[in-house]
Structures are given as structure tokens and as C-alpha cells.
Write a protein that binds this ligand. Structure first.
Ligand code: GTP
Ligand code: MG
Length: 192
């Protein structure tokens, strides 16, 4: 996959607007502020193709990017408390509406912050992916915030809590680039 060719395709605010699933898709899901947009920029090797913000709730739409005939889908973060009930509902509808469609997922990247215990919504997300039998990887983010020893400890804990085998999890950092090459090859494998 030639990531340098990544380009922004379109942004959608409602499920009805989503384009037909005509190409393989790699979807990125996770709590608000977990680092979805930063991870995509790192994978694409681009600084600002995907908008990043220190304020949670930055990505309020579903954004599609296209690379070498593969669609990368940046989903809005779930679980951000500080927006209105109505807006949260819109996000939830967007995310569930996206997964309800018969899309051709090659892999769903379920992002989880490596520093914390599994949160309720993370458990729900991973539970949903298992239930639906969708191919997924758990991507642990912000590894640069922990020592290597602590990273391993947290990865083991989250593997247990989420019920996901350690080899389905990748430890990453969008700051240092840790785990990004491994992630890229796992994505490529899934898109063969
Ligand atoms: P929403 O779009 O609001 O759902 O957030 P998001 O999941 O797309 O997160 P985003 O990439 O916008 O990053 C949120 C904040 O975390 C920003 O301040 C980033 O700079 C920071 N961040 C993201 N990834 C990393 C990482 O690997 N290491 C560190 N230290 N900070 C990170
Ligand atoms: Mg985002």
C-alpha cells in the first residue's frame, strides 16, 4: 500500500449520505481523544491530512480517506461527555449506522488508550466486533507515555480485560512511531 498517495475523500454527517461500499475499508474506532486521527496521519506519513485536536470531540463526522483503492474511515470518537445529549446521539447513530450497513470491512482498528483500564465503552465496542464476527485489531495508543515495562504490563491487563489475545493487539505511539510499521503490515495483510 502506497500510503504517500493518501487523499481526503469526503466527510459525512449522516448515515444516509455514506457512499456505497464499493472498495475494501479499514475503519478506525475508539473513544474521543484516544488518538484516531493522529494514528491515521502517522500511518499516512502526513502531518495534517487528518485534523487532530487536544480538545476531545474534534471529529464529529465520518471522514473517508482513499489510499491505493482502500478506504480508511475515521469514525467520530465515542464517549465524550461534554457535548449535548443531542450531539452524542447523532454520533452514536453515525457509528452504529456505519456498522449496520453491509460494508466490506477488511479490518476494524479498535483503539484503546494504553494508560488506562478498559472502559465500559471499549468493552462494548470490542464485544460488538466479536459478536458480529468482524475482523479487528486492538490498537493500544499513546505508548510513549509509559516505560516499556509498564507498556507490557498494561497490554497484558487490557488483553485480559477485553478478552482479546495479545497477538491481536498492537502497541503504538503516534509521537515516536512505535508499532506503526507493524500496524501497516497487519493492515496490508488484511487487505490482500
Ligand atoms: P476525536 O476526533 O475527538 O475523537 O479524537 P481522536 O481520537 O481523533 O484523537 P486525536 O488524534 O485528535 O488526538 C487527541 C490528542 O491526543 C491530541 O492532543 C494528540 O496530540 C494526542 N495524541 C494522539 N496520539 C498520541 C500519541 O501517540 N502520543 C501522545 N503523547 N499524544 C497523542
Ligand atoms: Mg479525530
Amino acid at each position: 500500500i502506497n500510503y504517500q498517495l493518501a487523499r481526503f475523500e469526503a466527510s459525512y454527517g449522516t448515515v444516509e449520505q455514506l457512499p456505497e461500499p464499493t472498495t475494501p475499508e479499514v475503519a478506525v474506532a475508539g473513544r474521543s481523544n484516544v488518538g484516531k486521527s493522529s494514528l491515521l496521519n502517522k500511518v499516512f506519513g502526513r502531518k495534517n491530512l487528518v485534523k487532530v485536536s487536544a480538545t476531545p470531540g474534534k471529529t464529529a463526522n465520518i471522514n473517508f480517506f482513499e489510499v491505493d483503492g482502500i478506504r480508511f474511515v475515521d469514525l467520530p470518537g465515542y464517549g465524550y461527555a461534554k457535548v449535548s445529549m443531542k450531539e452524542r446521539e447523532r454520533w452514536a447513530n453515525l457509528i452504529s449506522g456505519y456498522f449496520d450497513q453491509e460494508r466490506s470491512f477488511n479490518v476494524v482498528l479498535s483503539l484503546v488508550d494504553i494508560r488506562h483500564e478498559a472502559q465500559k465503552l471499549d468493552l462494548e465496542m470490542v464485544g460488538f466486533l466479536k459478536e458480529q464476527g468482524l475482523p479487528f485489531l486492538v490498537v493500544l495508543t499513546k505508548a510513549d507515555k509509559l516505560s516499556r515495562g509498564k507498556q507490557n504490563q498494561q497490554a497484558a491487563l487490557l488483553s485480559r480485560q477485553l478478552g482479546v489475545p495479545r497477538d491481536r493487539m498492537i502497541v503504538t505511539s503516534s509521537e515516536t512511531g512505535q508499532g506503526i510499521d507493524e500496524l501497516k503490515s497487519r493492515i496490508a495483510e488484511a487487505c490482500l
